[in-house]
Design a binder for this molecule. Structure first.
Ligand code: HEM
Length: 158
């Protein structure tokens, strides 16, 4: 197994853990917690569970970013960013940057506190907001993953 094969495998495993977790939170955890969104109890349980996953997601994000960067360097693939056929390369980077901002900047800066306040005032609306944000991130991630698998095997080249 050479460096390219190893980094590609690590990249995909990290993406599976991270985006799989986002899918679980969006499709299972939030809908179930939403059944008790009459009080902010849903938010207390949500943060307890998500806080633990956030550390796993941060680690997976770093592995996916590091291995992705290595792949670009090893394949000398920088010129792809100038071609529309490689839109999925841009999509991967955009999704990565969105999550990095959320997990390393916005959340530590007090997103939790702001949301807790909102959940106390209007728990149902806060649940809708958090669910919608997760849907947006999940759909963007799935588009990037779909494009990356298809594109790296020759799709979109015309
Ligand atoms: C900074 C962020 C990222 C960089 C630099 C990056 C870079 C790369 C590169 C260079 C490849 C190999 C393409 C090829 O073989 O032609 C790749 C493959 C792939 N990436 Fe990313 N990526 C990043 C983030 C992501 C994200 C966020 C996702 C998922 C949402 C993702 C999913 C994939 C998948 C599924 C493959 C295809 C593996 C295969 O089928 O061979 N990547 N990535």
């Amino acid at each position: 197994m050479d460096g390219l094969e190893l980094s590609r495998a690590l990249h995909v495993v990290a993406v599976v853990i991270w985006i799989g977790g986002v899918a679980f939170v969006t499709l299972t955890l939030l809908p179930v917690l939403g059944r008790s969104r009459a009080s902010d109890d849903w938010f207390v349980r949500f943060t307890a569970i998500e806080r633990r996953f956030a550390w796993i997601a941060r680690a997976a994000l770093l592995v996916a970013g590091g291995s992705g960067f290595y792949l670009i360097v090893a394949m000398d693939a920088w010129d792809r960013f100038t071609m529309i056929a490689y839109w999925w390369m841009h999509a991967m980077v955009v999704v990565w940057v969105l999550f990095a901002l959320m997990l390393f900047v916005i959340e530590p800066l007090g997103l939790d506190r702001a949301l807790r306040e909102r959940a106390r005032r209007d728990p149902a609306r806060a649940h809708l907001l958090v669910s919608r944000a997760h849907w947006v991130l999940l759909i963007a991630s799935l588009i990037a993953a779909f494009g990356a698998v298809a594109g790296s095997h020759g799709a979109f080249l015309g």
